[in-house]
Design a protein around this ligand. Structure first.
Ligand code: NAD
Ligand SMILES: O=CCc1c[nH]c2ccc(O)cc12
Length: 532
């Protein structure tokens, strides 16, 4: 196995890795780009250094990959579920064995902290184990019909599935798509984000080493053009897409032309509702977990934090204190809790949202500035200080919560300090470490405001009132509602959006249905009764 990328990892530190091996994979091996045309530099976010070149695949390369996947599908789909499971369990074992090296590479390409990357890689091998466990359970039904006739249904794979991924969880998204696809007997051609192209090919090598037929899991590099070649290809049965709403719409439109099945895992602007009867320490911790993992670049983050007016002062004081204490710096250090954003344009976009929020009347309670770590090798990195937007009055003034709420929170529409529902930072997905805090008074009001968005990926509620918790969960127009925690997404649980956050699901047993189809076989045991 061309394990060279991983072999160079053990001693690697930030600013030292250069990747030169080809990043495409089909027919059971890494494949060099046909021509170096249109190569794009890929940057190490922590340093701003060039890590490698991403050369997009053209039509012929995409076709080659799909043909190789189709050939592998013919073999793989005929194997028993238990046979496929054995190979997948071996892949999971190899990932577990190499978790540190894969996580390091993920950090170097993406900028997330090593602590988080290790968690993501563990989630990855668990996802393969989970779907390996389901592979042997795929079954149809037997239905008795009149006169001894009967029918049965077979759960069959779809064929060649395409996965198109985002840059925020590069390795994890690759396994969340490929594991259920392969368990059902499909092949997959995967296109990672051009900004995080490095680890998908590692998974391809691991699947091969575990024993999948050559071509079963292919990687093609590229951006929009390569993605659209995949969505238009006549041999592709399904496209599973993770990314933004605008791109998701295009993917759906392109796939519709040849009636391909589509799963869309899109963006969000999820509400986190904190009632005054919550356990405040947990609510504060929950709000931080809802906003600052992976530098805030998480689809299901709870970025609209609604706090009941009476506890706003205490909540803000604690949340701001803890946000200011987040160690930002070298993502490969175990003590770092926030690394750089994915790219310079992303950093500028997020800082632009903070400036716009200020113009629209929000108060920056902390952070929201470019951050330059003291380590000289990180000077060119894409760092910023984590930011809380809300009102600063509660922090500069003393007094009781009650007095403060009477002073500063009673006329939200007149206040220029609070975040308001109509501000850009509250309406749009920022995809960076920016939390917007909004006061509310009643349950009815906050439910209406929480749902007043075109997104519907996730939601959360903190309260000690069990009836209220379930009432709110039932009324959220979102694919997930977390009660008294946030961002708990283990592989066993279905994950996906309502409204414009997408459709279809990833994770959980239900995803088997999105990667398989039912064939009905009808068996006559007597003579044909003909009307003609
Ligand atoms: N719901 C989820 O599970 C989930 C998970 C992670 C990220 N996201 C969302 O992803 C977004 C951030 O990721 P991003 O910036 O990479 O998104 P993006 O939409 O820009 O790109 C996603 C992928 O689509 C490809 N692409 C771009 N144009 C295409 C086209 N015309 N045809 C086919 N493919 C095309 C890109 O190359 C990339 O691989 C955020 O909105 C985030 O919320 C959602
Ligand atoms: O950006 C979101 C990526 C993510 C985080 N947790 C999960 C769980 C399931 C998914 O399909 C995606 C994600």
């Amino acid at each position: 196995m061309a394990q060279s990328t991983l072999d160079s990892m053990p001693g690697a530190s930030t600013g030292t890795v250069v990747i030169t091996e080809p990043l495409n994979f089909w027919g059971g091996k890494r494949v060099k780009p046909r021509e170096e045309k249109n190569a794009e530099p890929v940057f190490e976010p922590a340093t701003g250094r060039v890590l490698c070149q991403m050369v997009p695949c053209g039509a012929e390369e995409v076709d080659e990959a799909i043909q190789s996947a189709y050939a592998a599908y013919q073999k793989w789909s005929k194997m028993a579920g238990m046979e496929r499971a054995r190979v997948m369990l071996e892949a999971a074992r190899i990932i577990r064995e190499r978790r540190e090296k894969i996580a390091k590479l993920e950090v170097i390409n993406n900028g997330k902290t090593i602590t988080e990357a290790l968690g993501n890689i563990d989630f990855s091998w668990k996802s393969i184990e989970y779907y390996a466990g389901l592979a042997g359970t795929l079954a149809g039904q037997h239905i008795q019909l009149p006169g001894g006739a009967f029918a049965y249904s077979r759960r069959e794979p779809l064929g060649v599935c395409v996965g198109i991924g985002a840059w925020n969880f590069p390795f994890l998204i690759t396994t969340l798509k490929s594991a259920p696809a392969l368990a059902c007997g499909n092949a997959m051609v995967y296109k990672p984000s051009p900004m995080a192209p490095v680890t998908a090919v590692i998974l391809a090598e691991i699947y091969k080493e575990a024993g999948v037929p050559d071509g079963l899991f292919c990687v093609v590099q590229g951006g929009a053009e390569t993605g659209s070649l995949l969505c238009h290809h006549p041999k592709v049965a399904k496209v599973s897409f993770t990314g933004s709403v605008p791109t998701g719409k295009k993917v759906m439109e392109m796939s519709a032309k040849s009636v391909k099945q589509v799963t869309l895992e899109l963006g969000g602007k999820s509400p986190l509702i904190i009632f005054k009867d919550c356990e405040l320490e947990n609510a504060v911790k929950g709000a931080l977990m809802a906003n600052f993992l992976t530098q805030g670049q998480v689809c299901c983050n709870g970025t609209r934090v609604f706090v009941q007016r009476e506890i706003m002062p205490q909540f803000l004081e604690e949340v701001v204190k803890r946000t200011k204490a987040i160690p930002v710096g070298d993502p490969l250090l175990g003590s770092t809790r926030m690394g750089p954003l994915i790219s310079k344009p992303q950093l500028e976009k997020v800082l632009g949202f903070v400036s716009q929020a200020k113009k629209e009347g929000a108060r920056v309670l902390c952070g929201g500035d470019p951050f330059v770590p003291s380590d000289p090798k990180l000077k060119g990195g894409y760092f910023m200080s984590p930011c809380v937007l809300g009102t600063s009055n509660t922090l500069v003034n003393g007094g009781t919560a009650h007095a403060q709420s009477a002073l500063f929170f009673n006329t939200q529409s007149l206040s220029t300090d609070n975040c308001r529902d109509d501000m850009t930072c509250v309406k749009e997905e920022i995809f960076g470490p920016v939390m917007s805090v909004l006061p509310f008074d009643t349950e009815e009001e906050v439910i209406q405001r929480a749902n007043n968005t075109t997104f519907g990926l996730a939601s959360g509620v903190f309260t000690r009132d069990i009836s209220r918790a379930h009432r709110v969960a039932a009324s959220m127009e979102a694919g997930t509602c977390f009660i008294n925690n946030y961002n708990i997404n283990p592989i066993e649980l279905p994950f996906g959006g309502y409204k414009m956050s997408g459709f279809g699901r990833e994770n959980g047993q239900v995803t088997i249905e999105y990667y398989s189809q039912l064939k009905t076989v009808v068996v006559e045991m007597g003579d044909v009764e003909s009307l003609f």
